[in-house]
Ligand binder design. Structure first.
Ligand code: 13P
Ligand code: SF4
Length: 345
């Protein structure tokens, strides 16, 4: 079947309800009840096809619950998915996330087939900066090492000394400053994550003007409203504007948010981040009440069950990274993986 032809929708069958009863119960609080019979045949078809293909499905925490709980073998934040790709034994990886995550998986697992269900799933941070911008920054700040957020293209990673995620950004900046004997570090492309890292490290950062189009929309006023109206604790992703970070009880990466909930066990919390994050954590913390605000990432939401089924059946949308670029980008990613997870409260 050509990659462009939509697969026929699999049919609902009554026996599927019993077969997936446990999953149905888990998803019940997260999905409108009318959606479950629509998702169920796709979930079953994908799980069967995945086994036939010997594929592994990795899903970012911002993926919708029917993907995150229904078909993914490995779930987590961008650091967890990068680590999993490096360790993966399956021949085929289907990356349910945005394009830079699939590229990262391909760079770390160069001999595997890495597929992305929708290659148009981009990221406003990754598209905010080019490899030439990085070379220009280096010319302007000679001797300053470059630490790039993983939310960048392979071409930008290839120009960087090290990568980081929000789960180890401060640690990576400190490590690169020490290794290069530098008093400043070029940190790109997220200016708001840069603000958070500068606060944590006290190191002078040269910042880029990139922003996450999802997190930049939150305001301090919204955060205060959640606290005052609902008596909620506030947990914000470091891609949020500084005024929001300052209102929050905790600022941390996707995984750190879960760890904070584990430790603090709040009665009510507002997770100031992408909406599916709260949905996917809700099943882990049934005693916690999750309050909006949240925003949807339009790029993450391009990944759907039919698109996953399509890419598994056609092995379409394979991700490729030019060999020389991949070698240089891999070196920057390996610096990050060697440091691992270093969330700070
Ligand atoms: P994490 O590194 O926390 O997974 O975040 C990735 C991302 O795209 C956040 O918007
Ligand atoms: Fe990019 Fe923001 Fe979407 Fe994450 S949430 S993929 S940073 S646009």
């Amino acid at each position: 079947m050509p990659a462009t032809q939509a697969p026929a929708a699999p049919r609902w069958r009554p026996e599927l309800e019993a077969q997936y009863a446990e999953l149905g119960a888990r998803l019940e609080p997260l999905l409108p009840c009318l959606e479950w019979p629509l998702h169920l045949p796709w979930i079953d078809a994908i799980n069967r096809l995945k086994r036939e293909r010997g594929a592994v499905i990795m899903a970012h925490s911002y993926q919708s619950p029917e993907i995150f709980h229904g078909v993914a073998d490995i779930t987590g934040d961008s650091l967890a998915l990068a680590q999993a790709a490096g360790d993966c034994e399956a021949e085929v990886i289907v990356l349910c996330g945005v394009h830079f995550m699939a590229e990262t998986a391909k760079i770390l697992a160069p001999h595997k087939t890495v597929l992305i269900p929708d290659p148009e799933a981009g990221c406003s941070l990754a598209s905010s900066i080019t490899a030439e911008d990085v070379r220009q920054l280096r010319r302007q700040h000679p001797g300053a090492p470059v630490v790039s957020y993983v939310n960048t293209s392979a071409a930008v990673k290839a120009e960087s000394d090290a990568c980081c995620t929000s789960a180890n950004a401060a640690r990576m900046v400190e490590a690169m400053a020490a290794e290069h004997g530098a008093d400043k570090v070029i940190f790109l492309p997220d200016a708001f994550l840069g603000y958070h890292v500068a606060q944590q490290t006290g190191i002078e950062l040269v910042l880029w003007h990139g922003r996450c189009e999802v997190h930049e929309q939150f305001t301090a006023q919204q955060a205060r409203h959640a606290r005052e109206r609902f008596n909620a604790r506030l947990v914000a992703h470091p891609e949020c504007p500084p005024e929001v970070q300052e209102e929050a009880d905790f600022v941390g990466s996707t995984t750190a948010m879960g760890a904070w909930l584990e430790k603090e066990k709040p009665e009510r919390v507002a997770l100031i981040t992408e909406c599916s994050m709260a949905d996917n954590l809700r099943t882990r913390f049934p005693q916690v009440e999750f309050i909006k605000p949240c925003n949807l990432c339009p790029h993450m939401k391009r990944i759907t069950l039919p698109a996953i089924h399509d890419c598994l059946s056609t092995l379409g949308h394979e991700v490729q990274v030019p060999a020389q670029m991949a070698v240089r980008a891999r070196a920057a990613l390996e610096r990050m993986l060697a440091v691992g997870r270093h969330d700070r409260a």
